[in-house]
Design a protein around this ligand. Sequence first.
Ligand code: ADP
Length: 398
Amino acid sequence: MSAAILVLNAGSSSIKFSVFMLQGEDLEQNVRGQIEGLFTAPRFVAKDGDGRTISEKSWGDGFKLDHAGALDHLNRFLREELEDVTLVGVGHRVVHGGLEFMQPALLDGNVVAALEKFIPLAPLHQPHNLTPIRVILERSPELPQVACFDTSFHRTNPPIAQRFAIPAELHDAGVQRYGFHGLSYEYVAAVLPRYDETAASGKTIVLHLGNGASMCALQGGRSVASTMGFTAVEGLPMGTRSGSVDPGVLLYLMDQRGMDARAIEKLIYNQSGLLGVSGISSDMRVLLASEDARARLAVDLYVYRIGRELGSLAAALGGLDAIVFTAGIGENSAEIRQRVVGEAAWLGARLHQRANSTGGPRISTARSRVAVWAIPTNEELMIARHTARLLGRSLRSK
Ligand code: ADP
């Protein structure tokens, strides 16, 4: 029997999963996939290590498959697919660890209760992250589970970077800048020494550009500032999230448009960003391929806002040695990377055109004062590593 760790990333309408085999002291990704369309039109797909589809199932429109039902299906699939494999632990992505959880945590009823306190801080994500944890605690209480938080990595930010200029009473009640995408940044910080010793020990800005997007300033591999704050809506424009808007706009919408909190939530989380500006799509590939002026404006605004945040984070660092692109857009879009590096010319970044078009990993010229890299992130592996460590398995760093 070989041992494996299951990694789960549960959202409101999907559960993504990855299985990592414990091979001696290494972790090797095996099967991965997702169940999406929960409650509406559920669909399961699983792929092997080479990206080949090995199992699919659709439940049809209107089938009310919930998270517990999805986990049942996943459990059955894993038992059949990985007959000779014992699951030794489950690692979960949990968006919010508040100020309390500076590290991943082994889960039990008390820890889950502590994490429920953060639901008001991340109402769109936290409850769904916790649902599979509760289901597994109930059905397989002997199976160790670990929560890995998107916020923990930013707890090294100096206090001033975590502060809003609002009355102390609100700050003390938890209205603070937490930062997100921490597992992605932690992974990049962990592999950076392999690519660039100077960047790893120096001043680096990492751009996590996926459906969600943020940027993080690393000093010696530790987070000192980031563009996301109290929620994962601050900072850059994203696929459907607005990023920062003047808080006065929200008051105006309440007063003049009669919008309540739910309507504003929908606006800034689901109807804004690339989708809202273009009116066409939240998908960067669609916008880059479009001739429509609104699509161009959405991309222009995206790049412009990244450029401004580069200046802000370089100021927080007091200099800059390297820029790292990661996640869907950062890893795959040579065009966006080229335009962003153009915005960073004043900081001393020079793009190597050919290296950029073939994906790097180093995409700056030899003479560029700031090194620029495209490095794939792997949040699932980070979660699997933390889980293995908390289960007392020692791993070679890989
Ligand atoms: P998530 O945040 O959901 O994990 P990803 O990191 O997978 O998302 O990023 C999704 C985004 O990456 C989408 O906007 C998609 O258009 C974009 N993307 C993926 N491949 C490319 C590409 N070749 N060129 C431009 N954008 C891309």
